[in-house]
Every structure is written in structure tokens, then in C-alpha cells.
Design a protein around this ligand. Structure first.
Ligand code: SF4
Length: 562
């Protein structure tokens, strides 16, 4: 924090315009209104609009929404399909087998009689944003929080600094230069989504992840496809198709989802655990293979991709949740690992975490005490909440899924009958950056001579067309937001040991390897303007050589229906 920068002061600052912070802000305003409290509340969001960076598997368990807003139907909640009729398949390369029973956590036909429904997360968050704004919340899209502001001893969070705009590639000011602002708040709520850059910094300074298991993630590549008017799938009863097996096999964590939406559209995607071991695996190619599987090809026949995107999900669950509050700040949603990967759902838990944080903030306002003494009531209410109960049952799930097929089946079976405890509790897990195996010479040869899946530009598209259909835009002339700490590692060790896996795990074709014809020297080239902000590279890089930072405000994807 410097004296030369502009500053704005708020009672409460929410960083990130996702479901956790939006639900938190709405709940906070509701409670403040009832208690006659006047609060200055602000949400900043790095995307150009609320919803433009929201992407997720999107069957909503409405338990938190009903608590927040019992009249959500009257308020126009955007619902794509009010019915969830499940089917669950095991796929081999050429066949599919419908599972005779649905694991209880995969059942979407209304666990707890809540009546689940299918949403587009980008439309849903845009709707929540309108409601929050209508209640007096100041919403600033296009403002990335780039730095946490602390007191001199780093014992208290004071707020967040937004990034500068109008800086060129060399770090020089352009004519349109605008300096970022220091946003100061009594309470700052970090809800940046998975692998947040600010919570990473709080972790380093204030130790909130100390003693926890490493955070682990999955990457989802997702599309919305428009089907023809006479599509048999649209006329069928089925609205939800989940699968496992092909193309990942049984030793790589992951699976697929396909949901029916409005207006002859479907949303489908492949989710891949980032603890995969095979350095030759290319998630995007696996996604194309999944779409060409006979079961899926039949459903999407004659369709056209309308939008594509990619995002990581926090998969670690209960044992990876950090300390939830410090002096001046609270941590919610995927940033705090609240997603239930066993159910492939995190919107309801994110919303509830935001609401619990809001309740602690109201107590802090009433006591005029924003230290952890008061804010830790959020940590305590989380322990008493249904989120904790739900995540407790899934506490060893992701660890079991990381194992090979036989031990995985044994662990999952034991967890199923013991309410999540299983054979060992807690089961350990490795960070995703440490799981990639070194290439064999056969794999290196295979990668060097690989031919890509065929695309037709309509139903099957390449990565660059996918970037285009994600609506991703960045100012070209700005400092690269992907920090490569040591380029020598890329051209020597990483290329030799793994054949530059960033060129395969990045779904945006941001990373390219160039070989100098005469010297044979390998060089990494970056195309940062293609970045989908999924953060896979920071998570999976085996040398931890990549740090993702926020680019200039408003840059990134422009999701509207995924
Ligand atoms: Fe995702 Fe990193 Fe590629 Fe951007 S550069 S799309 S964050 S993997």
C-alpha cells in the first residue's frame, strides 16, 4: 500500500463474483436490512461481467438457494431443466454398459427431496449479481484483485489492491495508463475460485494451509452444443448422462457429464483428475475422443458447438480446507476447497460457505471487532453446518480415486459402508505436481509422431476454435500474466523428461515448443492471450515453474451459456 495510490473504503469487500461471494453478499444485505444496519459492500470481479468467468458442472442442489431466497422461482432464477433423470454408463472404446444402480451420491433425482435442477452457471451467477446489485451492493466487474494488503506485521488483512491498466509488454505506461486502486475493508472475503492467487499469498504469509493435506484439483473441459430440432435425445426422458471408463481408462481419475438444457442445447464435459501419471495424456484430445464414443456420438449427431470453456475444480475436500478466517479476512467457496467432488457439485456448498461467512461478518459489525476473535465464528459455524456433514462423508473419496483400480475399488467399497471412513482415515494424497511419471523412450517417440484427433470445425473443434468460442479476449500489449520462473528448465529438463507437458495439459494452446532447425535448441513460446484462466498449468507443472497471475482487468473468457 502506498500513499500515491487512490483508495476506497468499504465495510465489506468480496473478491470474486462467483456463487459463494454473491450468496454471501445477498445474505449480508438481507441481515443488515433486518437489523437496521447500513453497510457499504463491494464485489470486485476480474471478468468483464458477472458470470463471464463462471463455468462448472451445473446440476444445482438448491438447498442453499432455498435458504437464501425461498422465492427464487418468483425472482426469475434461470433454470435450464427442472428435471434430473439420471443415467450412468461404463464406457469401453466401442461399447457402453448402463450401470444397474446409481451410487447414492451420484443420484440427481432429488436427494433430500430438494428437487435438483440443471443451470448454466454463467447465467445463474449473472442473475445473482443483478439481485445483489438491486440490494445496494457495489459491483465492479473488470477489476482483478492482484495483491493482498496487510498491516506492517502481516498479522491482519486490510483489503486488496486492484491491478494497473494500460501497461505495455515491457512494463512501460501506455497513454491509457490507469493506476490500480487500494480497496480497504473491515472484512475482506476471498472467493476467487480454485487455486486463487490471493489466498495463496495469505497462505504464505499467515499459514492458513499449515497442517492440511495438499490441495488437489481436477480439470473440466466443457461445451454447449446445439442439437437439431428433431434430435431423439431431446425428445427422450433422460436429462443427465454420466460416464466413466473410456477414454481415461480405470487408472486415471475422471469421468464425463452431459446435461439437457433449454432451446435444444446440451452441456457436456470431461473432468480429469490432475493427479494423472501419464505424461503423454492430453486432456483436450481425451475430450474429443469422448465425444466420438458411439454412445455420445449418437446423442450429439448433427450438432454444433456454440461455446467451449475449461476450468479446474478443487477436489481435495474436507482435509484440504484451510483455516477459514484470519484477522480482517474470510475464505469461501472453491478457494477454500468447499466442493464435494464425490457428488461433482460445489455451487450449493460454495453458496452456503458465503452465507456462513456473512453471518460472522454481521456479528463482527455488531461488536465492531473484525479480528479472528469474532470472525472465527465462521470456522465454528462451518463445523456445525450441513456442508461439513456432507464433506465429512466424502473425506477420503478423492484419495481413494487416486489409487489404481483394485485398491481404489476396495477403498471406495469400504468407504461406502462406513460413512466415508473406509480402511484408513485419513488417507494421504500427493500434490498434483508430483504425480507425472517420467517418459519412456517409446512414449517420447509416440508424442513426437502423434497425429491429433480429426476435427470438422462444427461438432468437433480444435483448441484454437475452442478459445474463440469461449469468447476469450485479452489486451495483447501487456506484461505476460504467466510467470515462467526458469526458462532453462523448460528447454532442458522438462522437454527431455516429460516432452513439455504444458503443451498438452493446457486447453488453450498457450504453450508451444519451437525447435531451432540449425542448433536443435528447444524454446518455449507463450501465447498468453489464449489463456482460459483455468490454472491447470500452475497446478500440474512437474517443476512448479509456472505461476498464474491476473492479467489486465476484464481479460479472459466471455462465457454466457456454459
Ligand atoms: Fe489454463 Fe494455464 Fe493454459 Fe491459461 S495457460 S488456459 S491457465 S493451462
Amino acid at each position: 500500500m502506498t500513499d500515491s495510490r487512490d483508495r476506497m473504503e468499504f465495510d465489506v469487500l468480496f473478491v470474486g463474483g462467483g456463487p459463494a461471494n454473491l450468496a454471501g453478499a445477498i445474505h449480508l444485505m438481507n441481515m443488515a436490512r433486518k437489523k437496521g444496519l447500513e453497510l457499504e459492500v463491494c464485489i470486485i470481479e476480474k471478468g468483464s461481467t458477472i458470470g463471464s468467468h463462471s463455468l462448472s458442472g451445473a446440476i444445482l442442489d438448491p438447498v442453499a438457494l432455498k435458504e437464501l431466497m425461498p422465492d427464487y422461482i418468483e425472482k426469475g432464477c434461470p433454470i435450464e431443466s427442472a428435471e434430473c433423470k439420471d443415467s450412468f454408463y461404463y464406457l469401453t472404446p466401442t461399447s457402453s454398459f448402463c450401470m444397474p444402480f446409481m451410487p447414492k451420491y451420484m443420484n440427481n433425482e432429488g436427494m433430500n427431496n430438494e428437487g435438483y435442477f440443471i443451470i448454466s452457471l454463467s447465467k445463474f451467477t449473472a442473475w445473482l449479481g443483478e439481485i445483489a446489485e438491486g440490494m445496494g451492493v457495489n459491483i465492479f466487474p473488470g477489476f482483478p484483485g492482484t495483491e493482498v494488503l496487510y498491516d506492517p506485521g502481516h498479522t491482519r488483512v486490510l483489503g486488496v489492491a486492484t491491478g494497473d491498466n494500460g501497461v505495455n509488454k515491457d512494463g512501460k505506461h501506455k497513454p491509457n495508463f490507469e493506476q490500480g486502486i487500494d480497496l480497504i475493508a473491515k472484512a475482506t472475503v476471498l472467493g476467487e475460485g480454485p487455486k486463487g492467487s490471493l489466498i495463496r499469498n495469505v497462505g504464505q504469509k499467515m499459514g492458513i494451509f499449515n497442517g492440511k493435506m495438499p490441495q488437489v484439483f481436477e480439470t473440466a473441459i466443457k461445451e454447449v452444443i446445439e442439437l437439431p430440432e428433431d434430435s431423439p435425445f431431446m425428445a427422450s426422458d433422460t436429462t443427465v448422462v454420466h460416464s466413466f471408463g473410456y477414454p481415461l481408462g480405470l487408472n486415471t481419475k475422471g469421468g464425463s457429464f452431459l446435461y439437457k438444457m433449454k432451446d435444444n442445447m446440451i452441456s457436456l464435459g470431461l473432468v480429469i483428475g490432475l493427479d494423472y501419471e501419464d505424461p503423454a495424456l492430453e486432456p483436450y484430445e481425451a475430450f474429443l475422443q469422448y465425444k466420438k464414443h458411439p454412445l455420445i456420438a449418437d446423442i450429439i449427431k448433427d450438432g454444433k458447438v456454440l461455446q467451449q470453456g475449461a476450468k479446474t475444480l478443487s477436489a481435495g475436500g474436507l482435509y484440504t480446507i484451510p483455516q477459514l478466517s484470519v484477522d480482517g479476512a474470510l475464505f469461501v467457496g472453491d478457494s477454500a476447497s468447499m466442493l464435494n467432488i464425490q457428488r461433482l457439485k460445489g455451487v450449493h456448498t460454495a453458496m452456503k460457505s458465503g452465507m456462513l461467512a456473512a453471518e460472522a461478518i454481521i456479528s463482527a459489525v455488531e461488536k465492531n471487532d473484525f479480528t479472528r476473535n469474532t470472525l472465527a465464528s465462521y470456522d465454528a459455524s462451518f463445523e456445525e453446518s450441513w456442508i461439513r456433514d456432507e464433506l465429512y462423508e466424502a473425506r477420503n473419496f478423492t484419495q481413494a480415486m487416486a489409487k489404481k483400480i483394485i485398491p481404489m475399488a476396495i477403498h471406495l467399497g469400504a468407504q461406502y459402508v462406513t460413512g466415508g471412513r473406509g480402511i484408513k482415515d485419513p488417507l494421504k494424497i500427493e500434490p498434483d505436481s508430483s504425480t507425472l511419471k517420467k517418459l519412456t523412450s517409446k512414449q517420447a517417440e509416440m508424442i513426437d509422431n502423434r497425429t491429433k484427433e480429426e476435427v470438422d470445425g462444427k461438432l468437433h473443434i480444435d483448441k484454437l476454435t475452442g478459445v474463440y468460442l469461449s469468447g476469450t479476449q485479452h489486451e495483447e500489449d501487456q506484461p505476460c500474466h504467466l510467470i515462467i520462473h526458469d526458462l532453462d528448465i523448460c528447454s532442458t529438463q522438462c522437454y527431455q523428461l516429460y516432452r513439455s507437458p504444458c503443451t498438452r495439459f493446457c486447453p488453450g494452446e498457450v504453450y508451444e515448443i519451437k525447435k531451432d532447425e540449425t542448433s536443435n535448441k528447444i524454446q518455449l513460446k507463450l501465447n498468453p492471450s489464449n489463456c482460459l484462466h483455468c490454472k491447470t498449468c500452475e497446478i500440474k507443472d512437474p517443476f512448479k515453474n509456472i505461476t498464474w497471475t491476473c492479467p489486465e482487468g476484464g481479460g479472459g473468457p466471455g462465457y454466457s451459456i456454459v
